[in-house]
Design a protein around this ligand. Sequence first.
Ligand SMILES: C[S@@+](CC[C@H](N)C(=O)[O-])C[C@H]1O[C@@H](n2cnc3c(N)ncnc32)[C@H](O)[C@@H]1O
Length: 192
Amino acid sequence: MSYELKSARYLAREVILRAVEPGDTVVDATMGNGHDTQMLCETVGPEGRVFAFDVQAQAVEETRKRLREQGLDSRAELILSGHEHMAEYVKGPVKAVMFNLGWLPGGDHEVTTRWETTRTAVESALDLLAPMGVLVICAYPGHAEGEREKQELTAFLGGLDNRRYNVLHQRFLNAGLGAPECFVIQKQNGGD
Ligand SMILES: C[S@@+](CC[C@H](N)C(=O)[O-])C[C@H]1O[C@@H](n2cnc3c(N)ncnc32)[C@H](O)[C@@H]1O
């Protein structure tokens, strides 16, 4: 079997599948159509818990339907609220937090994640992480707000204390402007 280098979304999923174990508590900060929420529910198993956020009722409904169809709805709490309020709903520690930034595929492009609220949510996520827990963020700099969000995110994450967090940034250097990028942050043991 030949090995193929794959994109941001693939790395995000790989990291989650390696870091998360049955029984863990995790967060999907951007529920969207529920693909990631479903994957997280499957990964944490029947004893685990998934908190998922979105500002759009359409996303919550779509995700609820998806989880019901798969018999996974009892594992998740679907929250119609911005991820910037994460700390009000989730009391740590959590093994993983996922962000898939941008807008709902097929939805209103005006309802996109924005750096100001993303920053608050990322700060909450970093606090909530258990030692060795992971924060995984896919960013889409192919539109103006996405580019601004990615630039700010890169600067913010690059400034994290390396005694507390390891920060990885993956992108294909020759893919052209706008290609998806992935950030993975792991809280170190003793990083609390
Ligand atoms: C790219 S989509 C997520 C896709 C999703 N992870 C999936 O697997 O289908 C980004 C989502 O972020 C949501 N969003 C925008 N601002 C938000 C905020 N402040 N808090 C939570 N979700 C937000 C959008 O409504 C949109 O559904």
